[in-house]
Ligand binder design. Structure first.
Ligand code: ADP
Ligand code: MG
Length: 142
């Protein structure tokens, strides 16, 4: 889906650990999370760099990391990054909703966590999703 945006000057490094179990989850919503995170990573690298996608199991949690070799987030940006409508991108480029939506899906819908690990030259967005959902999964709020 993001192929057209990634281009051929961004190297994609994938590490999918073999021990990752199947989980109870809203697959379509989680795809939106990965899409939003990769979209941000690619924006940050401005056309060239390394995109890292990794998955692993950590006891009863699945950990997914999206990393980029972009300039990183200054602390003032990182503290506000999950706010709805917060964007540092020019008008028309960013809505400021990508991380807000990702946080809602991960935290509110799956009981997981999402955090930012960022320094100049390397930013990692780390998502942790419990393998077993609290039964039943929270119902959709429409
Ligand atoms: N991988 C990243 N590297 C650097 N900054 C980032 C990254 N991901 C998000 N950000 C910062 O967080 C802000 C909010 O992200 P997001 O909610 O997706 O909104 P948008 O992408 O529309 O600006 C971005 O404007 C950017 O400043
Ligand atoms: Mg975004």
């Amino acid at each position: 889906m993001l192929g057209h945006k990634i281009g051929d000057r961004i190297e994609i490094v994938r590490y999918y650990s073999a021990d990752v179990p199947q989980i109870d989850a809203y697959a379509g919503e989680l795809n939106q999370v990965w899409t939003n995170l990769i979209d941000n990573a690619v924006d940050a690298m401005d056309g060239a760099g390394t995109l890292r996608v990794s998955t692993r199991a950590d006891r009863d949690v699945v950990v997914v990391e999206i990393g980029d070799s972009g300039p990183g987030m200054p602390p003032a940006v990182a503290t506000r990054a999950f706010e709805a409508f917060y964007t540092t991108k020019e008008v028309g480029k960013g809505t400021g909703l990508g991380l807000d939506i990702a946080r809602r899906i991960v935290v509110d819908r799956h009981g997981g966590t999402i955090n930012i690990d960022s320094r100049p030259g390397e930013t990692v967005l780390r998502v942790r999703i419990p393998v077993r959902a609290h039964d039943p999964l929270p119902r959709a709020v429409t």
